[in-house]
Design a protein around this ligand. Structure first.
Ligand SMILES: CO[C@H](O)c1c[n+]2c([nH]1)[C@H](O)[C@@H](O)[C@H](O)[C@H]2CO
Length: 446
């Protein structure tokens, strides 16, 4: 007889979104042009010519969405703040109307008994900052810290759970290596500097929080367990490079004080020497680590595939609509790896979810059995990590709503709640109902 999972009474159950993916109204109330608004309107960048001009219309429908969160039984809501609404040019002039939206959002969440969990930067920022050098500019760290400091003071008492950055690795890999995200032009030699300034900005923001904030502050990273396709030395070497590149690039400096040695191998002559005092700053302690987990990758050596010289070996297993392998045990692998290698800090699963080709709503229902199974199996893995002593404090399903899936546009649906575009009609899926039962039973239904 297997015992039913039981999550701690203070375990925080939530769902997550991000500003550009759901808000719409990109230029409302004095907001500046963001990098993603400009990028998405550049022909050829986003599937089907999609963009975030309307998205889920959350900027105007946030009260309806908070009612949805209450119906789902959510205890917390992870959202991000659009920098360009606060500082339209990135620095200097503050836009009170832009700030006011987040004051209203936080108040409405608190009044609904839902913990606001704010991410300061989830990839969108004023286009003006990209024009001034972006994250590759050494001053970007201070731009970010000044923006963060403003928000800590403005939302003091309303928001007590902060994350500095969402997935700095994606900002660098997609934005500077691939060019598939803004700034949109591959700039290989700039990538290490952008990564370094993101980490410096994170640390300076934590210092600003210590001076003027209240509550908890953390960092959110994406992790993806890597496995070698074979025991051959070349595949083992590819595994080491791939693992260092995606999983250790940011965590080694913040917890161990230096970059993985594989980075110099990957970047070669473009790998800089950074000032020693930077590493002291980057190790600024913070309060929790958020982990975004979706899948794992099996890799082999592929010398032609620069810069990491690896290639994915697709597995004979279930895959999501993103062609990501469904691999629930990988969540436990990530959580235990972080605890063993880096830290006993509290951990949150800040994103976990899947896109599937959901059917349309019929009579107020959306049958999404594959997402129900995905959530069930990954929550079981999360509970197994808890049982092994991981200090897991919460779980945020990605995502509350179907939304703008970056370069994929609206064709990939991750939501617990279906959004029919462009009417914006919301329909909770079966997975939302399942998640509510999980929360009510503290996992006993898993
Ligand atoms: C490669 O998976 C990453 O960890 C990852 C997946 N996701 C993310 N990061 C982002 O944080 C979200 O904005 C995406 O919408 C979401 C779904 O794609």
């Amino acid at each position: 007889m297997t015992t039913k999972p039981s999550f701690p009474a203070d375990f925080l159950w939530g769902a997550a979104t991000s500003a550009y993916q759901i808000e719409g109204s990109p230029l409302a109330d004095g907001a500046g042009v963001s990098n993603w608004h400009r990028f998405a309107h550049r022909p050829g960048t986003i599937a089907h010519g999609d963009h975030g001009d309307t998205a889920c219309d959350h900027y105007r429908r946030y009260e309806e969405d908070i009612q949805l969160m209450r119906e789902l039984g959510l205890q917390a809501y992870r959202f991000s703040i659009a920098w360009h609404r606060i500082f339209p040019e990135g620095r200097g002039r503050l836009n009170p109307k832009g700030l006011d939206f987040y004051l209203r959002l936080a108040d409405a969440l608190n009044n609904a008994g839902i913990v606001p969990c704010a991410t300061l930067h989830h990839w969108d920022w004023p286009a003006a900052l990209d024009d001034q050098g972006g994250w590759a500019h050494r001053d970007s760290a201070q731009w970010f810290a000044d923006y963060a400091h403003t928000l800590f003071r403005a939302l003091d008492g309303r928001v007590k759970h902060w994350a500095t950055l969402n997935e700095p690795w994606v900002i660098v890999h997609a934005g500077y290596i691939e060019g598939a995200h803004p700034p949109g032009v591959p700039a290989f030699a700039k990538a290490p500097h952008a990564a370094h300034n993101l980490l410096r900005g994170h640390a300076l923001a934590v210092q600003a929080f210590r001076a003027d904030g209240a509550g908890q502050i953390g960092l959110v990273v994406n992790l993806e367990p890597k496995f070698a396709a074979s025991a051959k030395p070349e595949d083992q070497a590819a595994l080491a490079r791939s693992h260092a590149y995606m999983n250790r690039w940011f965590l080694d400096p913040v917890f161990l004080g230096g970059y993985p040695e594989e980075m110099a191998d990957i970047f070669g002559a473009d790998w800089p020497r950074f000032p020693e005092e930077d590493f002291k700053l980057i190790r600024e302690p913070f309060d929790f680590l958020g982990i975004n987990y979706y899948s794992r990758t099996v890799v082999r050596d592929e010398p032609a595939n620069l810069p990491v010289r690896d290639a994915r070996v697709r597995q004979r297993a279930e895959h999501t609509a993103m062609d990501w392998e469904v691999f629930p045990e990988g969540l436990k692998t990530c959580l235990t790896w972080v605890k063993q290698r880096y830290t006993t800090l509290p951990l949150y699963v800040t994103e976990n979810g899947a896109a599937f080709a959901d059917p349309p709503a019929v009579a107020g229902r959306v049958a999404d059995p594959r997402r129900v199974a995905y959530l069930r199996d990954h929550l079981r893995a999360a509970h197994a990590a808890l049982a092994e002593g991981v200090d897991l404090k919460g779980y945020f399903a990605w995502s509350l709503l179907d939304n703008f899936e970056w370069a994929h546009g609206y064709g990939k649906r991750f939501g617990l709640v279906r959004v029919d575009y462009p009417t914006g009609t919301r329909t909770p899926k079966d997975s939302a109902r399942f998640y509510r039962r999980v929360i009510e039973s503290r996992g006993a239904v898993l």
